[in-house]
Design a binder for this molecule. Structure first.
Ligand code: TYD
Length: 224
């Protein structure tokens, strides 16, 4: 049975792209969406991002990426933007049977606000449950569950390599100005999340050429 037919988010399918800044996920996300629309011609693909994905979310993104703020304020705004994104974009699309691809989601909050900036992970788990808890009826019984992506691609590479790629590529935003040590902590938290939920994650070794990364992404997605 394919991943799509056993999707936890029936009838749709929810995919996220994650990784430290400079890992190369954004390079591949559009091509990946095109690839899926060829493979699943009957399915509409929704390509979105966090923070952002809605008009309000994009305003919050602008604030989050360019203004210094208290760490807990930052985490709360990330999840506020996410709540809006789920309510107005992600969940309606999944309900319509669409494939949703989001450039980052909750794993990024664990990695950046938790791993990188040191926010107590217990608070992040509370926010995750707060924002993603849903009810479903199974055999007449109401059950709670935490809505998660069906599949997450984690673009993984050593933070020092990501840093040299970043400095060659663009003007850094607030998060990108942080140092290699910070990004190594972000990376380790991503890897811990992946270890916690191996069925959901596919780790893409991103310390390779674009072509090799693209091929491993395509291969890792064959199970969809
Ligand atoms: P990113 O997705 O890397 O976009 P771009 O490649 O266009 O810069 O930028 C988003 C930044 O926001 C990135 O540095 C990670 C950060 N972020 C968090 O810190 N927490 C979160 O929950 C999310 C979704 C993103």
């Amino acid at each position: 049975m394919s991943l799509l037919t056993q999707s936890a988010n029936k009838p749709g399918f929810f995919i996220t792209f994650e990784g430290i800044d400079g890992a190369g996920k954004s390079t591949h996300i559009q091509a990946f969406a095109d690839e899926l629309s060829q493979r699943f011609p009957g399915r509409q693909i929704v390509l979105t991002r966090e923070p952002g994905g809605t008009a309000l979310g994009e305003k919050l993104r602008e604030i989050l990426l360019h203004h210094p703020m208290h760490l807990e304020t930052e985490a709360l705004l990330m999840f506020a933007a996410r709540r809006e994104h789920l309510a107005t974009v992600i969940e309606p699309a999944l309900k319509d049977g669409k494939i949703v691809i989001s450039d980052r989601f909750t794993d990024a909050s664990f990695a950046y606000q938790g791993g990188g900036r040191g926010l107590d992970l217990a608070k992040l788990y509370e926010l995750e449950v707060w924002v993603q808890m849903r009810m479903k009826n199974e055999g007449g019984v109401e059950q709670r569950y935490v809505l998660q992506p069906d599949l997450t691609f984690l673009f993984d590479l050593p933070s020092a390599v990501a840093e040299s790629r970043r400095s060659a590529a663009r003007e850094p935003d607030k998060f990108e100005q942080l140092n290699t040590k910070f990004f190594e902590k972000v990376r380790q938290e991503y890897l811990r999340r992946a270890e916690d939920d191996p069925a959901r994650f596919r780790i893409i070794d991103s310390n390779q050429s674009k072509e090799v990364i693209w091929n491993s992404l395509k291969e890792a997605s064959l199970s969809i």
